[in-house]
Design a protein around this ligand. Structure first.
Ligand SMILES: Nc1ncnc2c1ncn2[C@@H]1O[C@H](COP(=O)(O)OP(=O)(O)OP(=O)(O)O)[C@@H](O)[C@H]1O
Length: 353
């Protein structure tokens, strides 16, 4: 097991930060997701053996956090959430210092520092003072110092915090590469479920210190029976034509979704696209999204907006918009007819990433 947690409770005076958590996770890229204050940082500090549990316990790489803290911290690389970098040092000086602190001889530490900074994507800038770095560059240095001593596992606290959408995507891709190419298992925290499900093999969801769900991502995000179609023009015409051809059609922003009945559904879609003479940009099976399990069961999701990322509109909005457009395509009046509103954006579409 990479991490196992048993009946773990942590109280700070009257505040219960973790409340009787039990779960076990195999090595891989694992996400710990929860709104701000859910208890993620507390969990990481307990796993590092830096903070004692109030009751219950945990094991990391089969070591007991209560008694084996120093060994855990030798074997695990830790990226803290907050900015902790000395402004007047360069990335090279800082990461080299951390490599030396972890016990590497000077030559090896120099080599590892250069390699690690290159892996995280810091090049010429690595000789400049970190005070002038962007948030993205600082996050990369924090990641590099966690990696430099070749740890057996990583604990990363909010590595995408403060990054713009492009920076988030780059950081997530980097983490995925570290997990798969270098084979380093990791626990990464975020308050955004949508971004963790892109890169994690397993997700643990906490809320108010309690466990909501611990699940393999593949179990939840398996392929759905929905085909997404994107064309270069005349989306409404295509929607009407597919409906007329007998398919169950739903608008989805600039895309159209149809229910996949069997292989003939693909033929109908392709024939219809050819008949209309429009350009086909994309035809693919949708995957389920993890937020759907929370939408399906509101009792699991007391802080839905936080867990659902930026797509957390209530499901009813999607349903009524879909019904309206379904009607529009079924009728001959076409778009623009009175009483046919155009808010055809489903909550899981138009993601601003
Ligand atoms: N040292 C402390 N003393 C008292 N309360 C604390 C302390 N550290 C955390 N808490 C409280 O414990 C709860 C969990 O905090 P924690 O920092 O673990 O959450 P988090 O999920 O990491 O949130 P964030 O992403 O905002 O850091 C919060 O209610 C927080 O206010």
């Amino acid at each position: 097991m990479m991490i196992s947690v048993e009946n773990l409770t942590k109280r700070y005076g009257a505040v219960t930060a973790l409340d009787g958590l039990t779960f076990a996770i195999e090595p891989g890229v694992v996400g710990l997701v929860g709104a701000n204050g859910a208890g993620k940082s507390t969990m990481i500090k307990i796993l590092l053996g830096l903070l004692p549990a109030t009751t219950g316990g945990a094991r990391v790489l089969d070591l007991d956090v209560a008694t084996d803290g120093p060994t855990i911290r030798q074997r695990v690389g830790y990226m803290p959430e907050h900015d902790c970098l000395p402004a007047d040092m360069s990335a090279t000086e800082f990461v080299l210092h951390m490599a030396r602190m972890s016990g590497l001889p000077l030559t090896a530490a120099r080599e590892r520092t250069a390699d690690t900074l290159r892996h995280v994507g810091l090049y010429e800038e690595r000789y400049r003072s970190m005070g002038g770095y962007s948030t993205g560059m600082k996050q990369r240095v924090k990641l590099a110092q966690a990696l430099v001593h070749d740890p057996g596992m990583l604990l990363l606290d909010e590595p995408t915090n403060g990054l713009d959408p492009a920076g988030r995507d780059q950081m997530l891709a980097l983490l995925r590469r570290i997990g798969t190419e270098f084979g380093i298992p990791m626990l990464v925290t975020s308050h955004l479920l949508g971004e963790l499900e892109q890169v994690c093999d397993h997700i643990v969801v906490v809320d108010g210190g309690r466990l909501l769900r611990s699940t393999s991502t593949a179990d939840v995000t398996s392929a759905s029976r929905i085909l997404a179609i994107e064309v270069n023009e005349r989306v409404d015409d295509l929607g009407r034509a597919l409906h007329a051809a007998g398919l169950s059609v739903h608008p989805a922003g600039r895309q159209i979704e149809v229910e996949l009945v069997d292989d003939s559904t693909y033929d109908i879609v392709l024939d219809t696209v050819v008949q209309l003479g429009v350009g086909l940009h994309r035809l693919e099976r949708r995957r389920h999204r993890m937020a759907e399990i929370f939408r399906a069961d509101p009792t699991l999701d007391p802080n839905g907006q936080n867990l659902q990322d930026s797509q957390g509109a209530p499901n009813g909005v999607a349903q009524s918009a879909a019904a309206e457009l379904q009607q529009r395509w079924a009728s001959t009046a076409g778009p623009g007819a009175p009483g046919t509103p155009h808010h055809d954006q489903r909550p899981d579409e138009g993601r601003q990433r």
